[in-house]
Design a protein around this ligand. Structure first.
Ligand code: HEM
Length: 413
């Protein structure tokens, strides 16, 4: 990646190429210091939008469902494209009473108590994958390990049969981010449709033969006495698979990429000098896999003297808020023992990530398996960066593992 530090006026945050081609640390610092509410002008036929970069302002906007709505989209691609087809039906882009009721339904399947079996399966799956990779010396961590943990977990929850998982993984990768420049917005749109059609078939199947899975539970659920429609169910399955796979996968890849380059932090983890849960939060803060979420102004308000008018798009940048020196001590330092660490990776307020517990379990199990089965690891080839204005991270990460013989011999706990 190039290390050019571009001037704020020349950076277009709507363009996925911006993130692939630039190191934006300096840009974000300049915005936080001099333009905390910055206008990203219209470009290439896309409308302009506000860019909020300070931690406290991001938190305040997330909390404020009086002036801001999620119902016209919550990421740039839908906000700039004129709205989200799932508005008012898919949890993340629904507000008010319906959001509250739908969230209660989905919370039932994503709460720590209900997820204990799922957490045990994550542990077994992760340890097996790491053991195999250590045995074989190395692998593409992105493809062979990170690609198989969140997808397996969320597929187990949704009852997606094993034979369909690779297909769904390919579609989710294409739906949100592009690994190469050949994948454009049309391909992404097609991938999103493929996922919706896939779940349409599954809902039909489950109506005939209910099982012990989230889809069957959603079929049996209603809001204000009205059962969820097939469309509602399909849209929320889509949101779980998209929300549950790519974000966790990119975080794991970033965790290994970053640790491979920082042997001092790896040693702290390996020797038990930092608590796993504390380390997980720093992995999340550092990766900030969702660079932004966004809202549309519904009632005029003001931020740092800048009027925000109804209909305008406001984007909230975790990529910046999680490095805000007003909140984090030495924000540019990777410190697995960092406390406090109230990062914004899962958002905040009424839409706070519903899968945060599951994501943390996945990352914790990865760190524990690495600690137990390896003495260390190194990156052995180039890590390929994804192209997206929403997600950040790598699609490939070749690594070599050095086995910890005593850990590998242990009977798995
Ligand atoms: C919402 C991030 C993993 C399901 C969110 C939001 C963020 C986020 C920032 C708030 C969006 C907004 O305010 O508009 C992440 C990150 C993850 C992760 C960084 C992994 C590292 C997961 C997983 C699942 C999931 C594993 C499901 C199994 C959801 C859902 C919402 C959500 C359903 C919508 C909640 C609502 O609108 O009430 N996520 N997420 N996420 N996430 Fe996650």
């Amino acid at each position: 990646m190039s290390v050019r530090a571009p001037a704020p006026k020349t950076v277009d945050l709507g363009d996925p190429g911006t993130f692939a081609d630039h190191d934006l640390d300096e840009f974000w610092r300049t915005l936080r210091d001099t333009a905390p509410v910055h206008w990203n002008p219209p470009a290439d036929g896309r409308p302009g939008f506000w860019v909020v970069s300070r931690y406290d302002d991001i938190m305040a906007a997330y909390r404020d469902d009086e002036h801001f709505t999620s119902e016209r989209g919550n990421v740039l691609v839908t906000l700039l494209g004129g709205g989200d087809a799932g508005a008012g039906r898919m949890l993340a882009v629904t507000d008010g009473h319906r959001h509250h009721e739908l969230r209660k339904i989905l919370q039932r399947v994503l709460s720590p108590r209900v997820l204990s079996d799922v957490a045990a399966a994550v542990r077994a799956n992760t340890r097996q994958l790491i053991r195999e990779a250590v045995d074989s010396g190395g692998c593409d961590f992105a493809e062979q390990i990170a690609g198989r943990i969140p997808m397996t977990t969320i597929s187990n929850l949704l009852g997606v049969p094993e034979r369909d998982r690779d297909y769904l993984l390919e579609q989710t990768k294409a739906a949100l981010s592009a690994d190469t420049e050949d994948v454009d917005e049309v391909d992404s749109e097609m991938a999103r449709n493929e996922i919706l059609l896939y779940f349409m078939d599954m809902v039909e199947e489950r109506r005939e033969t209910p099982g012990d899975d989230v889809i069957s539970m959603l079929i049996a659920s209603s809001i204000d006495g009205v059962p969820l429609s097939d469309e509602d169910i399909v849209l929320n399955c889509y949101s779980l698979i998209i929300g549950g796979d790519e974000t966790s996968r990119l975080t794991m890849i970033d965790g290994v990429h970053t640790l491979a380059a920082r042997p001092d932090q790896w040693r702290r983890l390996k020797h038990g000098e930092v608590a796993i849960d504390t380390a997980v939060d720093e992995v999340l803060r550092w990766a900030s896999p969702t660079m932004h979420f966004g809202r549309t102004v519904v009632r005029e308000t003001e931020l740092h003297g800048v009027p925000l008018r109804p209909g305008e798009i406001v984007t909230l940048w975790h990529a910046s808020g999680n490095r805000d020196e007003r909140v984090f001590d030495r924000p540019g330092e990777y410190d697995l023992g960092r406390t406090p660490n109230k990062h914004l990776a899962f958002g905040y307020g009424p839409h706070f990530c519903l899968g945060s517990y599951l994501a943390k379990v996945e990352i914790a199990e990865l760190l524990m398996a690495l600690r137990d089965f390896t003495t260390g690891f190194e990156q052995t080839g180039e890590a390929l960066r994804i192209r997206s204005n929403f997600l950040t991270g790598f699609s490939t990460l070749p690594v070599r593992f050095w086995p910890d013989d005593s850990g590998m011999k242990e009977v798995d706990r």
